[in-house]
Ligand binder design. Structure first.
Ligand code: NAD
Length: 261
C-alpha cells in the first residue's frame, strides 16, 4: 500500500462524504489527519472513529470561507502536529438553479466556499511548507465540472473551472520548495451533496428522479455507474504520496469515462 507515515494531512469538509473517506484512507496509510469542517461535532465523530481504528486524527472547527477561522484552524493543526505536509481542499456545497433565477447571495456563497476556501487554506498551509522546505502536496477537489458545463450549475461550474487555474499557479509558485498541486475531478458520487440535488434537479427539469440519475448524471459514463468515495480516496492517496514534481499542475478525472481528457 502507498504510505503516508508521519505525514500531517489537513482535509477540509472531512466530516462527510468524499472528504471523510479520504481522511480514513490517509489514516490507514499512516497519515496524521486533521478533520477540518464547519460541523465540529460530526468532525469529532469521524476523528474518534479513526482513533478507535488505530489511526491518529484531530477534529478542527473551520468555516473555510472565514479567514480568521482558517488561520486559527491551520495554526491549531501546526501546534498539535508540528507541521502540514498535505492539504486536501475538499469542502463544498451545491446549489442548483437557473442562471436567471440565481441570487447574487447564492452565487457569492458558492464562490466563497469553493474558491475563497481553496485560496485561504492553500495560503496558510503553503506558508508552513515554504518555511520548512520539506515538500508537500496540495490537492483540490474539482469535478468533471472543472472541464464540462451542465445546466443549472453556473457558480459550481465556474468555481470548479477556477480551481484548475489555482492548482496550476500553485504548481509553478511552490515547485521550488517541492510542493505539488493537482486537482481531482470526480464524476457523480452518492454522497449527501448528490442525494440532495436529485429531487431538486427532477423538479427544475420536469423529469423523474430516476431519469435524473440515468439520463442526466450517468448518461455519458461508459457503464452507467456512480464513482465511489473509495475511487476518489485512492486517487487522493496516490497524489498525496507521489514524490516528485513530475506529477503537478494536473487534473485527474475519476468519472467512469464521463469525461475523457
Ligand atoms: P458532502 O456534503 O458529503 O460533504 C461536504 C462537507 O463539507 C460536509 O461535511 C460539510 O459540513 C463541509 N462544508 C460545507 N461547507 C463548508 C465550509 N464553508 N467550511 C468547511 N466545511 C464545509 O459532499 P461531497 O459530495 O463529499 O463533496 C465534497 C467535495 O467533492 C465538494 O467540493 C464537491 O463539490 C466535490 N465533488 C462531489 C461530487 C459528488 O458527486 N458528490 C462530484 C465531484 C466533486
Amino acid at each position: 500500500m502507498t504510505r503516508l507515515d508521519g505525514k500531517v494531512c489537513v482535509v477540509t469538509g472531512a466530516a462527510s462524504g468524499i472528504g471523510r473517506r479520504i481522511a480514513e484512507v490517509y489514516a490507514q496509510a499512516g497519515g496524521l489527519v486533521a478533520i477540518a469542517d464547519l460541523k465540529l461535532e460530526a468532525a469529532e465523530t469521524v476523528a474518534r472513529q479513526i482513533r478507535d481504528d488505530g489511526g491518529d486524527a484531530l477534529a478542527v472547527a473551520m468555516d473555510v470561507t472565514d479567514e480568521a477561522q482558517v488561520v486559527d484552524g491551520i495554526a491549531k493543526v501546526i501546534a498539535h502536529y508540528g507541521k502540514v505536509d498535505v492539504l486536501v481542499s475538499n469542502a463544498g456545497i451545491q446549489i442548483v438553479n437557473k442562471l436567471t433565477d440565481f441570487s447574487l447571495a447564492d452565487w457569492k456563497k458558492m464562490l466563497a466556499i469553493h474558491l475563497d476556501g481553496a485560496f485561504l487554506t492553500t495560503r496558510e498551509c503553503l506558508k508552513d511548507m515554504e518555511q520548512r522546505g520539506a515538500g508537500g502536496a496540495i490537492i483540490y477537489m474539482g469535478s468533471v465540472h472543472s472541464h464540462l458545463a451542465s445546466k443549472l450549475k453556473a457558480p459550481y461550474v465556474t468555481a470548479k473551472h477556477g480551481l484548475l487555474g489555482l492548482a496550476r499557479t500553485v504548481a509553478k509558485e511552490a515547485a521550488g520548495y517541492g510542493v505539488r498541486a493537482n486537482v481531482i475531478c470526480p464524476g457523480f458520487v452518492r454522497t449527501p451533496l448528490v442525494d440532495k440535488q436529485i429531487p431538486e434537479q427532477a423538479r427544475e427539469l420536469g423529469i423523474s428522479e430516476d431519469e435524473v440519475v440515468k439520463n442526466v448524471m450517468l448518461k455519458d459514463t461508459v457503464d452507467g455507474e456512480f464513482t465511489t468515495v473509495d475511487d476518489v480516496a485512492n486517487v487522493a492517496l496516490t497524489l498525496a504520496a507521489f514524490e516528485t514534481n513530475a506529477l503537478t499542475g494536473q487534473s485527474v478525472v475519476v468519472s467512469h469515462g464521463w469525461f475523457m481528457q
